[in-house]
Design a protein around this ligand. Structure first.
Ligand SMILES: Nc1c(NC[C@H](O)[C@H](O)[C@H](O)CO)[nH]c(=O)[nH]c1=O
Ligand SMILES: CC(=O)[C@@H](O)COP(=O)(O)O
Length: 161
């Protein structure tokens, strides 16, 4: 189902575990920071709405989406979190750099989920235009940060079974 047919911000709290005992790391790329900050605010709001304590949300900023890999690894290794949400926004430019950054981050975050027993949630926008990013970070299609937070809570619950 394409995003245009699904609002990224919709969730039913009755189907979400209470996150009062959960601790989250959120690593945020500084590239396209108006977008990534919007994604962060969506994620933070959803985590709090589902019971997370404010002191259990740790935010680190990294220069760009490619650095989400190393930043998420260090967050897992040092901050005793139950889950990491990696937030970035990659927007197509003139060259193939877009493809390499998107693929590299995708593979890197996949590797973290294989190597560590702490889930890392993939909250990376890979858009052709800034408008697409705006639409998915609190615009007409909702907020992918909200979607990522709900995924994070569900994965922590699964990991504790
Ligand atoms: N063009 C975008 C980048 N590029 C920077 C890389 O992510 C990385 O920081 C650099 O190659 C140094 O390692 N990053 C984004 O997050 N979004 C972009 O649109
Ligand atoms: C995703 C990128 O790195 C890209 O925005 C950089 O732009 P360009 O491909 O024009 O150098």
């Amino acid at each position: 189902m394409a995003t245009e047919n699904k609002n990224l911000s919709q969730y039913d709290k009755n189907t979400i575990p209470n996150a009062k005992d959960f601790r989250f790391g959120i690593v945020v790329s500084e590239w396209n920071d108006t977008i990534t900050n919007g994604l962060f605010e969506g994620a933070k709001a959803a985590l709090l709405d589902c019971g997370t304590l404010p002191e259990n949300i740790i935010r680190w900023d990294v220069p760009g989406s490619f650095e989400l890999i190393f930043g998420s690894k260090k967050m897992i290794q040092t901050q005793h979190v139950d889950c990491v949400i990696a937030i970035g926004c990659v927007i197509k430019g003139e060259t193939m750099h877009f493809e390499f950054v998107c693929d590299g981050v995708t593979q890197g975050i996949k590797d973290l989920n294989v190597l560590y027993d702490v889930p890392t949630i993939f909250c990376l926008l890979t858009d052709n235009t800034m408008q697409q990013s705006i639409d998915r970070s609190g615009g007409k299609h909702g907020n992918k940060g909200t979607e990522a937070a709900i995924a994070a809570i569900k994965m922590v619950d699964i990991n504790r079974k």
